[in-house]
Design a protein around this ligand. Sequence first.
Ligand code: CP
Length: 320
Amino acid sequence: MVIELILMATKSNKAIKISQKHLLGIQDLSITDVNFILSEAKQFINLNRSKNKKLDTLRGKTQINLFFEPSTRTQSSFELAGKRLGADVMSMNIVNSAIKKGETLIDTAMTLNAMHPDLIVIRHQDSGACNLLSQKVNCTVINAGDGRREHPTQALLDALTIIEKKGKIQGLKIAICGDILHSRVARSNIYLLTMLGADVNIVAPTNLMPKDLEKFGINKFSDMKKGLYDCDIVMMLRLQNERMNSSFLASNREYYEYYGLTPDKLDIAKDDALIMHPGPMNRGIEIDTNLADDINKSVIQEQVELGVAVRMACLKIFCN
Ligand code: CP
């Protein structure tokens, strides 16, 4: 079903247009929108592997990256994506900006808006900051991660990675494990993977398990060996220490023993189960270092690679 929709979208891309001006969250997208974005992204995979990666799709457009939180993967891939599509890309250096002198997010947004950008990519520590920004500027806004709310392009690149490796998402059993409570990656993936027909297991200690996700039809587990049973995909998450305002864990060692992905726990999943992680990883805390690097099981580097293709698709679709 999903593949059929992707093929339909691929054949008739010219007829499809996403109605939203901004990409603020997976919850704002329809299944048709998602399949359109994924089919566009597929077309950029080979381009990114070729010698000449430059297009002029966004020539004359100005993209501003505004990252209030640290980022390696998301910021660099949005910058590469914009440049490969021919946009003029400016990444704000927040540390040396007037924000350090007390300027607010809104005043910063209004200042940048006066320079007529076509697109702002924002990462912010507050859930909903991107929605607020989108109400204050004239250009398109893309959410590169807001607080614990959403990280839509991460979920889209995760979906594309699964489709590339397994050929489908519908009917797959996918475990998302770790600090679900503080994770925007978990939320966006739960919305997207359930929309695409996956059977999603959430595995977390009880104090890192959110209470508001039942309505999405997920299965909740506090025992990792039960949660990983027969799974096709095991997606591990980082402990988001920066979002914890009290002590949630006895120790990293104890967390690793019960919730770290180790060979014996992975054995509970299917023989051909794939390991995913959005990064950055804490080796030896949520994942065994050899498993993270096992090229027969881990698709973590493929996730990073496909992140550029997905972000090119999002820039092309939302900025045009
Ligand atoms: N997955 C992810 O968002 O990584 P960065 O924090 O490095 O962007």
